[in-house]
Design a binder for this molecule. Structure first.
Ligand code: URA
Length: 445
């Protein structure tokens, strides 16, 4: 028997909890024997006091084991998922998963929804008419076996502890805690029976952890704990100062995904896709020869193989493939243009402000229960480093909202234009190691 107040007090005072104390606290909470207010108090104590390495491993294991764990050993192949710490315009998973599947990697991907200024992979997919990401584990495995990848939502059966604890964290200002983020992400990933995990850890204005040193700490903690559970974890640190690609908003990002899979995607997006794919292939034991791997990846795009996989997945999960084959079939609301008020170089395109503007346009939600407008979003016509002329269209906003003043102001303010050109930062900052080192990632230059 544990006494919840004693455990809360012990952590509040900076002590370490035994594995029995922490495990029982979580188990009793999930079983309904510990109320939300006591769990909230423990979360706040962890927020301020942190968790040591042993406590973190216990928390991850207990959360993972709070529900069903997938068993994928009957599907042959190296199983990898990719996780992004969240951003604006981040449609990388939708391109990366079919691409890796073409090279024989098995990608069981359980994704999330957007909240606040960041988008979510499930919302993007569900903007495809008919597509349903809430599927049974049996269907999940059937699609995975047939296509080589599957992207779906977390079911009630997988890591119920995270669903309940995350909702409490959201309501008690305890989301931005390193050990709580690590346990939340890894418990879900470890329930997928993976061999490897690729992390896209973002830093910059639109990131969850905007400061580079915090993002590096998060990456190294995720690597260390994940590897202690026996999976290969690799992490790239990427810039989220401006949105990824040129489209932000659910259906708009699906359209951009289709362009990428057809070989017509924006350079920064494909750069990031290829970088993460290289990490995944190397983690899976493929050759170290990056140029050979890159040529195989590019071949999967140019031959149409990756697009075909994507279409097969969309069809099997209930989506209308005709709108994917001809994205113009999905009507958008009239575009509201944002005009450059002076000529010069774009020196800033604030990802956070674009993310908020897109959410206000209808593409995002402030609370988990809010509904979203699948076709709302923003098309960026200029990005950092580009020269624009006064009067030129910088961006177009798609929204069904009547009052668009605030949205227009935010998008306009997100752009800084200057007479002086600033050096252009690469989207990939480097690869993070388990010891918090940052290694250069030069394979794509
Ligand atoms: N993503 C998650 O899945 N959990 C967190 O705590 C933060 C981001």
């Amino acid at each position: 028997m544990i006494i919840p107040t004693e455990i809360i007090q012990q952590k509040r005072n900076g002590g370490s909890l035994s594995s029995v104390q922490l495990r029982e606290f979580i188990r009793q909470y999930v079983a309904g024997n510990i109320p939300d207010y006591q769990m909230s108090a423990l979360l706040m104590a962890i927020f301020f006091r942190g968790l040591d390495a042993d406590e973190l491993v216990t928390l991850v294991r207990t959360m993972r084991d709070s529900g069903k764990v997938l068993h994928l050993s009957d599907i042959t192949g190296f199983k990898i998922d990719k996780h992004s710490t969240g951003g604006v315009g981040d449609k990388i998973s939708l391109i990366l998963a079919p691409l890796l599947a073409c090279l024989g990697i098995i990608v069981p991907m359980i994704s999330g929804r957007g909240l606040g200024h960041t988008g979510g992979t499930l919302d993007k997919l569900e903007s495809i008419p008919g597509l349903q990401t809430r599927i049974s584990l049996t269907k999940f495995k059937r699609i995975l076996r047939e296509v080589g990848f599957v992207i779906a939502g977390q079911t009630d059966e997988i890591v119920p502890a995270d669903r309940r604890i995350y909702a409490l964290r959201d309501a008690t200002a305890t989301v931005e805690s390193l050990p709580l983020v690590v346990s939340s992400i890894l418990s879900k990933k470890l329930a997928e029976d993976l061999d490897g995990l690729i992390l896209d850890v973002k830093t910059g204005t639109g990131a969850f952890f905007p400061k580079q040193e915090d993002a590096i700490q998060l990456a190294s903690r995720l690597i260390a704990v994940g590897e202690d559970f026996g999976i290969r974890v690799r992490a790239l640190l990427t810039r989220m100062d401006q949105p990824v690609g040129v489209k932000v908003g659910n259906w708009l990002e699906v359209c951009e995904t289709v362009a990428c899979l057809q070989g017509k995607g924006p350079t920064d997006t494909m750069f990031e896709v290829y970088a993460l794919a290289l990490l995944a292939l190397r983690a899976a034991g493929f050759t170290d020869d990056s140029s050979e791997l890159l040529s195989q990846l590019k071949q999967a795009i140019s031959s149409g193989a990756a697009m075909e996989r994507f279409l097969l997945y969309v069809r099997l999960i209930g989506g209308d493939i005709q709108v994917i084959e001809n994205t113009a079939r999905c009507p958008l609301p009239p575009a509201i243009p944002i005009i450059a008020v002076k000529s010069g170089f774009v020196t800033e395109l604030n990802a956070y402000q674009i993310g908020i503007a897109s959410a206000l346009a209808g593409a995002g939600r402030q609370r988990a229960e809010d509904s979203i407008d699948p076709v709302a979003g923003i098309h960026l016509h200029a990005k950092i480093g580009v020269v624009v002329q006064e009067g030129e269209v910088l961006a177009e906003i798609y929204t069904h909202k009547r009052n668009t003043n605030e949205i227009c102001k935010l998008v306009s303010k997100a752009f800084s234009i200057s007479a002086e050109k600033l050096p252009l930062d690469k989207i990939i900052i480097g690869e993070v190691t388990r010891n918090s080192e940052l290694k250069p990632f030069n394979e794509l230059v």
